[in-house]
Design a protein around this ligand. Structure first.
Ligand SMILES: [Zn+2]
Length: 179
């Protein structure tokens, strides 16, 4: 069985909802933000089930935290015991604290083959509406960031998170499929 077939079989064995999360994430590229993935998932999804799926997918080595701090952290597997996967997303003020992966703001696929295979498994006609949804969300996000940059004293509850997300917006690796 070729390598891609093995990954496909691995994804096929997962819970249906987890499969949906992986495939949906795959249209966003290797790295994606939590809010963007959340925005393009089916509207009936609850925050709890979303968080749990992220945790499971991180525990099983599909997703990982993509913050620079996490990437520089060496993972040791010498004990043979499953590694506790944690998130080290850095906020815009430079602070970061270790959180469970269910709260991770910036995630990535563990490997490019995982992302590519998941994308291939997503039906052609399912991709387009997802790309559209993502593009619309990014537009509204860009607007929010613009408003925020003119209004620096905002003490909105999600302010830190928004600031963090806005700092990522310019390099967003979204390649919309236009046709
Ligand atoms: Zn993280």
């Amino acid at each position: 069985m070729p390598f891609v077939g093995m990954i496909q079989a691995r994804i096929d064995r997962m819970e249906e909802f987890d499969q949906l999360v992986i495939k949906t994430a795959s249209i966003l590229g290797m790295t994606f933000t939590r809010v963007l993935l959340w925005a393009i998932l089916p509207s009936g999804t609850t925050p709890d089930s979303f968080g749990e799926a992220l945790q499971r997918l991180a525990d099983s080595g599909i997703f990982m935290c993509s913050s620079p701090a996490s990437r520089s952290q060496k993972t040791s597997t010498t004990s043979g015991k499953a590694q506790t996967v944690t998130c080290l997303c850095t906020l815009a003020d430079g602070s970061s604290n270790e959180k469970p992966m269910r709260e991770c703001l910036l995630l990535r696929f563990q490997s490019g083959s995982l992302q590519e295979t998941a994308y291939q498994m997503l039906l052609e006609n399912a991709r387009k509406p997802l790309h559209k949804k993502a593009a619309l969300f990014l537009e509204s996000m860009a607007h929010k960031c613009q408003v925020m940059s003119h209004n620096d004293n905002d003490d909105h509850q999600d302010f830190d998170e928004l600031k963090f997300l806005c700092s990522l917006t310019p390099g967003w690796p979204l390649t919309p499929e236009s046709s």
